[in-house]
Design a protein around this ligand. Structure first.
Ligand SMILES: NC(=O)c1ccc[n+]([C@@H]2O[C@H](COP(=O)([O-])OP(=O)(O)OC[C@H]3O[C@@H](n4cnc5c(N)ncnc54)[C@H](O)[C@@H]3O)[C@@H](O)[C@H]2O)c1
Length: 407
């Protein structure tokens, strides 16, 4: 396993960190992502990765790779825009990129037809032209059959169905990259990571990409960072790719808490406290259930940066604020406010609570627990701060200060 960690302060006067592990699986993915060009006009990330990749293995081989994007929502369409354009200028990639589109009818016309004729996903990423080599396909098997790289970017609640549809229908040599944020419930009171579900059901390796990446801003090609977690297939490594993925899922729960604070008009100090406690619960969650991960992972884009952007700019925050102000149900607001987009926070809170409850650990994660109870209407949003006043984080601090006073 190799870990490359870069901070390019000199070049852009802006902290730019990029965390990646090179491995057999990641060679192809990184070669592609290398050209995803998250940073507009700033080629530093590309340059760095090209150097890394050239110095690693023969990823720049003459083999032509085909890419399929499984998903076409807000994030899927933004990624399609970037991947579609980048494969055009790379010799190693098939120019045609398939994008699985869950078929819907918009103003009497199929969404796949609209995308293929106008090159715009008018429902999920309006105002952005997709490259013409991105082809919308309503049949996921047809879209994925020839792919060497499968980019999974659907709301997590649909992943099991997609996997069972694709089982035995994809190339056995294909590799996966999950951009999906969320969990699934595991039998017996646990949770299952989405990348593990993909690996297990499709029998392929699956890396993850998580970060402070609001789709609209990525589509506009504004500067951003991201984190890739990837398991080395040859040696046993510390499971940080799990931590990367878990951060992506848990931050959506915290974003609901931030939205409740906004809805209640509690102010920026309270919101900062909720974000901080949320981060501490995220760290504790990984420590308890996926021990061995590194604290440093939480300070990557997938951790604190994604948490902040979601607690200020994301849809979970927005709907949670409206939930407090309007007194409508979360489901009703999701339908009214998101135009078909899916909320991940409340459902992830429910999945996490399912496990915490089974293991008798709700008290150890009071913020996650309170947010879940508020989302399902068991507790009023006004009670959130009371629920977390005795947070173990505060108790530890008190004990420490008592020790200081006594000594
Ligand atoms: N939007 C973002 O800014 C962003 C950023 C990073 C990660 N993500 C993650 O990416 C994933 C996808 O989110 P998104 O924002 O692209 O989606 P979205 O919420 O914008 O859109 C919902 C998508 O689900 C599809 N869909 C609806 N019913 C379906 C079904 N039964 N089966 C399959 N698909 C169905 C819709 O066609 C649509 O493409 C999520 O896990 C999300 O957390 C999103």
């Amino acid at each position: 396993m190799f870990i490359f960690y870069f901070t390019v302060l000199r070049l852009h006067k802006q902290s730019f960190t990029y965390y990646l592990r090179l491995s057999l699986v990641s060679d192809k993915i990184l070669f592609l992502l290398n050209h995803i060009s998250y940073n507009t006009g700033k080629l530093t990330l590309n340059e760095i990765l090209v150097i890394c990749l050239k110095s690693s293995r023969k990823c720049a081989s003459s083999v032509v790779e085909t890419v399929c994007i499984i998903g076409s929502g807000n994030w899927g369409s933004a990624i399609a825009k970037i991947v579609g354009r980048n494969v055009q200028r790379l010799p190693n990639f098939e120019k045609r990129v398939t994008m699985y589109v869950y078929e819907e009818v918009i103003n009497g016309k199929k969404l796949t037809e609209i995308i293929n004729e106008t090159h715009e996903n008018v429902k999920y990423l309006p105002g952005h032209k997709l490259p013409e080599n991105v082809v919308a396909v309503p049949d996921v098997i047809e879209a994925a059959r020839e792919a060497d790289i499968l980019i999974f970017v659907i709301p997590h609640q649909f992943i099991r169905t997609i996997c069972s549809t694709l089982l035995g229908k994809i190339k056995p040599t294909a590799i996966g990259l999950s951009l999906i944020k969320g969990f699934d419930q595991a039998e017996g009171g646990g949770i299952e990571l989405i990348s593990h579900i993909i690996s297990k059901h499709l029998k392929i390796q699956c890396a993850v990409l998580m970060g402070a990446n609001l789709a609209g801003e990525v589509a506009e090609e504004k500067f951003c960072e991201t984190t890739i977690g990837c398991r080395d297939s040859r040696v046993v490594v510390v499971d940080d790719e799990d931590a990367v993925e878990i951060c992506g899922a848990l931050k959506n729960i915290v974003a609901c808490g931030a939205g409740f604070v906004d809805g209640l008009g509690l102010g920026d100090n309270t919101k900062a406290a909720v974000i901080r406690l949320g981060l501490m619960e995220m760290i504790k969650f990984v420590d308890v259930f996926y021990p061995g991960s590194k604290l440093a992972t939480f300070f990557e884009s997938c951790g604190v940066a994604d948490l902040i952007t979601t607690c200020y700019g994301g849809r979970n925050r927005k709907v949670s604020e409206a939930f407090v102000k309007s007194k409508k149900s979360i489901k009703q607001l999701e339908d009214e406010m998101l135009n078909g987009q899916k909320l991940q926070g409340p459902i992830t809170a429910e999945e996490v609570n399912y496990m915490l409850k089974t293991k008798g650990m709700e008290d150890r994660f009071p913020l996650f627990t309170a947010i879940h109870r508020i989302c399902i209407g068991e507790v009023k949003a006004e009670e959130m701060i009371n629920c977390i006043k005795n947070h173990p984080e505060h108790m530890v601090k008190m004990e420490m200060s008592e020790v200081v006073e006594e000594s």
